[in-house]
Design a protein around this ligand. Structure first.
Ligand SMILES: Cc1cc2nc3c(=O)[nH]c(=O)nc-3n(C[C@H](O)[C@H](O)[C@H](O)COP(=O)(O)O)c2cc1C
Length: 359
């Protein structure tokens, strides 16, 4: 296994870095390969998933007939995320990536979330793997995994078409979380709340230190390199996260007036709902990528308990907020940031239990 298999890269049709992914005319499933190979490759493909500060806090174990996902506590943000909400969201995104990669290879799976109360770090087990024929929609989403990235520049002046916003919302819904698109007044409230969260975090030495750590270690395959962080704070309606030190990414003069802001939320504030919310995040982000739409998560406002409570009020107490998202059309005129690095698959996927069974 290489760094990350990009099985369809040479057949990905997309009009530039920020362009739409174009459906391919023919695709080749590979269900004739051993199951353990498909499991290992799905786990490796899941390495493309987004994670808070690019912490990639997951580890996979390939078994003869199952795939297990465990959290890596060493990469939890202890200052910004002591409860592990964003940790579980990140792992949920990786879980959805793996599920989709398996479906693209022609496997259906039963997903057991938090299957063993004695092992809280075992987040999910994919079992009951049955050949089902490659799913073309899943194959397209695997292409999107290789294109998706976080683009923190202001979005274009073109609004996102309403039917695309509906599609993105539906993708979250199908995975058991909800996305509320905020109206103009709610966006103003969100802006004030996010600004307050930014101040609280900037004044907290532990959060500052944590941010400093994750923005100065990209040579390890985790964290955020300067190339993906804005040179100057972009002009946005809702303040973006201040990463503490400027990056190298030119932001241009634009403003994200045409962006919409959404709040991902659900009925419970527990690890299993955070995991599912991460699956929903992956589903909606891949759907957005398919439409050439950029998504930027804003989690500072969820990290600070007081501002998280404010978000609950925005939802009129109807649910628990997991993440705020900025959704907009990416700037088509200028190249976006490069891909953020990832850990080598060998560090993330444990195949020792099946080493002799893989081709
Ligand atoms: C739960 C979660 C929270 C995130 N919070 C923020 C954020 O507050 N600000 C931001 O700019 N990016 C945020 N991100 C984006 C990550 O930094 C990004 O996914 C990661 O660096 C990997 O880069 P990529 O998305 O380009 O692959 C978040 C991502 C996740 C999954």
């Amino acid at each position: 296994m290489g760094r990350y298999p990009r099985p369809w890269t040479d057949r990905v049709g997309h009009d530039g870095r920020n362009g739409k992914v174009v459906p391919m005319s023919h695709q080749t499933p590979a269900t004739d390969r051993p199951l353990t190979t498909a499991l290992a490759e799905a786990a490796a493909t899941a390495g493309h998933a987004p994670s808070v500060h690019n912490t990639q806090p997951w580890r996979w174990r390939v078994l003869p007939d199952a795939l297990e996902l465990r959290v890596v506590r060493d990469r939890q943000l202890t200052a910004a995320d002591p409860e592990g909400r964003l940790l579980a969201l990140s792992c949920g995104a990786a879980l959805h990536h793996a599920r989709v990669a398996l479906a693209a290879e022609g496997w259906t799976a039963v997903v057991e979330r938090l299957p063993d109360p004695q092992q809280p770090d075992l987040l999910a087990r994919l079992t009951g793997l049955t050949p089902a024929g490659a799913d073309p929609d899943a194959m397209r989403l695997v292409q999107c995994m290789q294109v998706r990235h976080t683009d923190r520049r202001p979005v274009s002046d073109e609004p996102v078409p309403a039917e695309v916003v509906d599609d993105i919302t539906r993708a979250a819904d199908d995975e058991g979380a909800r996305l509320q698109i905020l109206d103009a007044d709610q966006v103003m409230e969100l802006a004030a709340t996010a600004s307050h969260a930014g101040t609280v975090e900037a004044e907290d030495p532990q959060t500052r230190e944590e941010l400093q750590y994750w923005t100065h270690r990209a040579d390890t395959g985790t964290g955020l390199p300067p190339e993906v962080l804005p040179q100057d704070q972009p002009q946005t309606t809702v303040p973006a996260r201040d990463f503490g030190s400027p990056g190298n990414l030119p932001v241009g003069p634009g403003h994200d007036k045409a962006a919409v802001y959404g709040l991902l939320y659900g009925d419970e504030d527990e690890p299993d709902s955070w995991l599912e919310a991460g699956e929903a995040l992956s589903a909606l982000w891949l759907t957005a990528t398919r439409h050439g739409v950029s998504v930027v998560p804003l989690s500072g406002v969820v990290e600070v308990p007081g501002t998280r409570q404010k978000l609950r009020q925005l939802l009129s107490g109807l649910g628990y907020p997991y993440l705020v998202l900025r959704i907009g059309l990416a700037d088509p005129a200028h190249a976006g940031p490069p891909h953020t690095p990832r850990l080598p698959a060998a560090q993330v996927v444990d195949t020792s239990a099946v080493r002799d069974q893989r081709s």
